[in-house]
Design a binder for this molecule. Structure first.
Ligand SMILES: CC(C)(COP(=O)(O)OP(=O)(O)OC[C@H]1O[C@@H](n2cnc3c(N)ncnc32)[C@H](O)[C@@H]1OP(=O)(O)O)[C@@H](O)C(=O)NCCC(=O)NCCS
Length: 141
């Protein structure tokens, strides 16, 4: 597994693996803007992009994993977990934040396995599905 920053020639593949793109036109704009801002990391297996992550400061100006997306056919093989571990090594503070919907059990299990702590929630973003905020204190080498 390899990780590198995304470049504009990756956009087509990123749109392909993101399951929200077909139903939400703002999603491709979000991805395009994040690539232009140099905020997207991609994970490659056998030289093919199998997932992407947006690392920025969108939550409280703290290091934040704003999105983690693994291609459907590559889920449940440890890529999401390895991707989070990679992002933990990169950030500029000894902490990492992220969030996910209450309905998203796969992401919550992944975060629990990596010792992320539930830190609060925000109502009224997605109707009936609060956004849970997670935090991890990192030990820097
Ligand atoms: C949530 C998400 C990122 C998880 O990614 P993933 O690569 O499937 O995560 P992992 O493979 O590391 O772990 C998921 C499961 O696979 C299991 N797993 C890990 N390695 C495995 C392996 N080699 N063989 C079998 N199972 C394995 C894990 O134990 C875990 O099991 P669990 O769900 O029963 O707890 C992915 O489902 C996804 O992209 N979802 C859509 C986008 C999204 O919701 N993102 C989060 C909000 S930003």
């Amino acid at each position: 597994m390899e990780f590198r920053k995304a470049v504009s020639s990756d956009l087509e593949r990123l749109f392909q693996i993101d399951t929200i793109v077909p139903s939400d036109p703002t999603r491709s704009e979000y991805i395009t803007t994040a690539v232009a801002s140099n905020d997207i990391w991609v994970c490659l297996r056998d030289h093919k992009i199998v997932g992407y992550a947006v690392l920025n400061h969108s939550l409280f100006n703290r290091p934040t994993v704003d999105m983690l997306m693994i291609a459907v056919e590559h889920r449940k093989s440890g890529i999401g977990t390895e991707f989070m571990k990679h992002l933990e090594k990169l950030n500029d503070r000894d902490e990492l934040w992220t969030s996910t919907n209450l309905s998203n059990s796969p992401m919550q299990r992944l975060l629990a396995c990596l010792d992320y702590k539930l830190t609060g929630y925000v109502d009224n973003l997605d109707p009936g599905d609060p956004e849970l905020i997670f935090f991890k204190k990192l030990r820097k080498a």
